[in-house]
Ligand binder design. Structure first.
Ligand code: GLU
Length: 314
């Protein structure tokens, strides 16, 4: 088997919790089971919520539980030139258009039959050159600028997800046009992640199921940019026992709290692996031991259509 190159892509906006830890464990096992390596990328594009202290703490926490990386950390905040270059190429090829809607306006246009995250009807896509100029000048007069969206086409995107199996995603021109550069000039997650995965040579992306809807957009961007598309594997999210999704604000599943409960890194990782079906018993095990029993074919059967794993502290 070819050694895979995977990645951890944390957003440094809070402490590690059980869900992130599980995603990084799975990305690590996926790469290491093939003799591959991991790139650590700090996704700090959101300047307001990202804190260097969270990134530093995250790295210490990952090291403590044996989740190592061979390349990085690479900070997205230092990669603006690469994003700008990709943006210019997409723009020159006619794939982008300026959007003058505020977020509230875009949401107000929401097509009720479309799922979460599809809140736009493509209103700015068909504006004439003249209308665009008028709106650009009107925005500039109040010190604002347009965002830029990628013009999607109607069609189906198919891919085989390592854990969720065959996926067929319907894409709609207009409704699925997503932002690649925000009105404040910052590059959006979808563009940055595709440029980074390509530049870092990532060929296997393992991450939570919450990002499954983004995958068709990212594959489409890889096609437009002519970069190799990685394979994708989406794993269940950890949820609290009342079904609530674990978030960084849930102190019950924050790293410190978990370490206080499980006492050793091996006990914590073994427990996560047991909840996730990697281990049959709840016994202490570090990632380098788990890699010996990691069996993606069994997990694929288990995770297919299972989008949540309950995580309750003992
Ligand atoms: N930065 C994202 C997160 O922490 C992950 C993005 C990705 O894996 O593509 O949820």
């Amino acid at each position: 088997m070819m050694p895979k190159r995977g990645r951890f892509a944390p957003s440094p906006t809070g402490r590690l919790h059980a869900g992130n830890l599980f995603a990084y464990l799975m990305a690590w096992l996926d790469a290491k089971s093939t003799g591959g390596l991991i790139v650590l990328r700090i996704e700090d594009l959101d300047a307001q919520r990202s804190k260097p202290a969270f990134a530093d703490q995250l790295m210490r926490d990952l090291e403590q539980v044996g989740l190592t990386w061979e390349r990085g950390p690479i900070y997205q905040s230092q990669r603006t030139e690469a994003y700008q270059e990709a943006f210019s190429r997409l723009s020159r090829a006619g794939h982008l258009y300026p959007c003058f809607c505020t977020r509230a306006e875009a949401n107000a246009q929401a097509a009720p039959h479309r799922g979460e995250g599809s809140s736009y009807t493509g209103a700015c896509r068909t504006l004439s050159i003249r209308e665009r100029r008028v709106r650009r000048e009107a925005l500039a007069a109040c010190g604002r600028a347009s965002s830029f969206r990628l013009a999607m086409e109607d069609g189906c995107m198919r891919f085989d997800d390592l854990f969720q199996g065959e996926q067929v995603i319907d894409m709609h021109a207009g409704a699925d046009d997503f932002i690649v550069r925000r009105a404040d000039g910052g590059f959006a997650y979808q563009l940055a992640v595709v440029v980074d995965d390509a530049d870092e040579g990532i060929d296997s992306v393992v991450r939570g199921c919450d990002l499954l809807p983004s995958t068709a957009k990212q594959i489409h961007l890889h096609h437009l940019l002519g970069t190799p598309t990685p394979t994708y594997g989406h794993i269940p999210l950890f949820v609290a026992d009342d079904g609530r999704r674990l978030a960084k604000r849930d102190h019950d599943a924050a790293f410190d709290e978990m370490m206080r409960t499980y006492r050793t890194p091996a006990a914590l990782m073994g427990h996560l692996a047991f909840r996730a079906g990697i281990l049959d018993e709840d016994v202490p095990a570090m990632p380098d031991e788990l890699v010996k029993v990691y069996d993606p074919a069994t997990l694929r059967k288990r995770y297919r259509n299972q989008h949540a794993i309950t995580f309750a502290m003992l």
